[in-house]
Design a protein around this ligand. Structure first.
Ligand SMILES: *Cc1c(COP(=O)(O)O)cnc(C)c1O
Length: 394
């Protein structure tokens, strides 16, 4: 019987250039982003400039985590207590958590068969709720039809915050994911596309939003030291009106991230090669459904999702267990009990007036998920695919 022995949580090591740069920062003792010599830019300054350049946007703020970036994105958007924010019901816990942290009320929108936000439900709830904000998760790297999203945002005057935790390096019709919205947030947590343990980015083309985000992030009155930032006049009033919610990036993490960012497009290609191998094997199995991805979506697949439409809950639990016995870690998003990184929306019990979302429940009840760390070779992916198919076929 085939089995697999590598770890699904083992990422690649930090590039040597990042290790050297991190040691240099430690030798200097100047770990704080504003602790620079005269005329010196910090690693964090360079990282922000380089990420802005990579994204093709004017501004970037590096901060302490992706969830933190989402929280100050909401604050910088002007969201306050009691405001309604539309968001995917199928997302990760930091998203409703960030909405809760800003005092706003999440309006959960159904998941569609392709794992993206359900655009008909979004349109209906945008109209019926009167919400003025949409927090859109490109969950597990699946990019919804962005042309339709922008049309819905336009029709309902929605302020769009993109959660790009799984789409760093991805595009829709050649336009980078994260450049559609009024704000976009990224994560550099270990299991995302670049790894500093913890970390995140916030980008926005709006001067006032960016100025607020920078003050929120904990810039003291050193905001004018930011390089990938609007000019000083943008801070004139904002500096007095915006509280400091310290959540800065530090130079050690920035040093680790810079060489990874340089290499990201290559890493994305390596993920997609592995994904393609897995997808090709899995889709040959008659019980496995993998929704066809639109040509417009230039995705980065650091994980794979597939459905078992004809399987009962009991049968899915046994697939997960059998795979695990053979060393293959698949997760089930339909589980009653939140485990690891999975959780069904109804486990976020702090949300008042939890809606009933039978469609989302149906999608999640048959949805399996697996990480594809780059420490797996292409042969490893072949073997993993074969094991899953064998297990599913019983
Ligand atoms: C990881 C993740 C985030 C942000 O997470 P942090 O751990 O706070 O960096 C946000 N949204 C989604 C969908 C994620 O997977």
């Amino acid at each position: 019987m085939k089995s697999f022995t590598k770890s699904f949580t083992q990422q690649e090591s930090v590039p040597e250039a990042g290790i050297d740069a991190a040691i240099e920062v430690m030798r200097s003792g100047r770990l704080h982003r504003y602790n620079t010599l005269p005329e010196e830019l910090s690693e964090t300054d360079y990282l922000e400039l380089e990420f802005a350049e990579y994204m093709g946007v004017p501004y970037c703020l590096a901060c302490s985590s992706g969830g933190y970036a989402l929280h100050i994105a909401m604050r910088a958007a002007g969201i306050s207590s009691g405001d309604k924010v539309l968001c995917n019901a199928f997302t990760l816990a930091p998203v409703p958590g960030a909405i809760h942290n800003s005092g706003a009320i999440p309006i959960l929108v159904d998941a569609a068969e392709d794992y993206c936000i359900d655009l008909d439900d979004l349109e209906a709830k945008a109209a019926s709720s009167g919400a003025r904000y949409l927090m859109l998760s490109h969950m597990r790297g699946h990019i919804v039809d962005m042309d339709r999203i922008m049309a819905i945002c336009d029709r309902h005057q929605l302020f769009l915050i993109e959660d790009c935790a799984h789409t760093m390096g991805a595009s829709w019709k050649g336009k980078k994911s994260g450049t559609f919205g009024d704000i976009a947030c990224f994560s550099t947590q270990t299991y995302k596309h670049i790894n500093s343990g913890e970390g995140g980015f916030l980008i926005s083309p709006h001067d006032d939003v960016m100025a607020r985000a920078i003050i929120y992030s904990g810039s003291y009155m050193l905001f004018d030291r930011h390089q990938a930032a609007p000019a000083k006049p943008a801070f004139d009033h904002i500096r007095y009106e915006t509280p400091n919610y310290s959540g800065r990036m530090d130079n050690l993490r920035a040093a680790i991230l810079r060489p990874q960012l340089k290499d990201i497009d290559n890493q994305c290609r390596r993920w997609n090669k592995r994904y393609q191998i897995l997808e090709n094997i899995l889709k040959q199995c008659e019980y496995i459904n993998i929704p066809k991805r639109p040509d417009a979506e230039q995705f980065v697949a650091s994980s794979i999702q597939f459905s078992l439409p004809s399987f009962s809950r009991k049968k899915i639990i046994s697939v997960v267990e059998e795979c695990q016995k053979r060393g293959v870690m698949v997760k089930w998003f339909g589980d009653d009990e939140p485990r690891d990184y999975t959780s069904r929306y109804d486990s976020w019990r702090y949300i008042e007036q939890m809606p009933n979302l039978p469609k989302t429940e149906r999608v999640l009840s048959i949805l399996l998920d697996m990480r594809i760390p780059l420490t797996f070779s292409e042969e490893d992916c072949l073997l993993i695919g074969e094991i899953i198919v064998e297990v599913v076929q019983g």
